[in-house]
Design a protein around this ligand. Structure first.
Ligand SMILES: CC(C)(COP(=O)(O)OP(=O)(O)OC[C@H]1O[C@@H](n2cnc3c(N)ncnc32)[C@H](O)[C@@H]1OP(=O)(O)O)[C@@H](O)C(=O)NCCC(=O)NCCS
Length: 165
């Protein structure tokens, strides 16, 4: 069920770009390579995309995949990953729309909390309602993920968001 990305029209050039139709839906199996390419282009890890693709959402401009968000589900908690937008399509609300759509799905799936790890996007994640979490408070299910293990040597921040219903 495609959902059109709507932002208020404005006279600024940036807003004119935003009026182009963007639709959102779950990723199809044959979009795995496109999703991986966009993640690579945006400097995000592509590991295990194939395992979790069914809980990935894509933003499409026509046939082109211009945005991605993914969640890895671990019981009642989820690990948000792979939120990125094609550089040519940034600044028009696509990441916010992907996040909202993903939250609707998380609510429907009775997810209690979402976690994420980030190196450089702490401010952006705070905008999405995530707050920083001390390492000692990261639950075991999230510690067991590949992201936690592979990010551990780096100054990565863990953040959490409660899912309100
Ligand atoms: C971060 C990213 C996903 C934003 O995508 P986008 O579609 O341009 O974001 P939006 O247009 O939906 O912007 C939403 C808001 O976040 C702000 N924002 C965007 N990037 C930001 C950043 N890096 N830091 C802080 N705020 C940011 C925007 O200014 C906008 O604020 P506003 O609503 O007050 O105007 C995109 O820049 C990207 O793909 N970056 C590389 C990958 C990455 O860092 N992912 C984040 C993982 S948590």
């Amino acid at each position: 069920m495609p959902l059109t990305n709507q932002r208020k029209p404005s006279s600024k050039p940036r807003a004119r770009k935003a009026q182009r139709d963007i639709t959102y839906r779950f990723a199809a199996r044959d979009e795995k390579d496109e999703v991986r390419e966009l993640l690579s282009e945006c400097g995000l890890p592509t590991r295990y995309v194939h395992r979790h693709l069914k809980s990935f959402l894509v933003a499409k401009a026509g046939e082109k995949t211009v945005g991605v968000i993914g969640v890895e589900l671990y019981g009642r908690v989820g690990l948000l990953r792979s939120l990125c937008v094609d550089p040519d399509f940034r600044d028009r609300g696509i990441a916010l729309a992907l996040n909202e759509k993903m939250l609707d799905d998380a609510r429907a799936q009775k997810i209690d909390r979402l976690y994420l790890f980030t190196l450089r996007a702490e401010k952006f994640a705070a905008k999405l309602g995530f707050r920083k979490l001390e390492k000692s408070r990261i639950p075991r299910s999230i510690r067991a993920t590949w992201q936690y293990r592979s990010f551990r040597p780096y100054p990565v921040v863990c953040m959490v968001k409660e899912i309100s219903r």
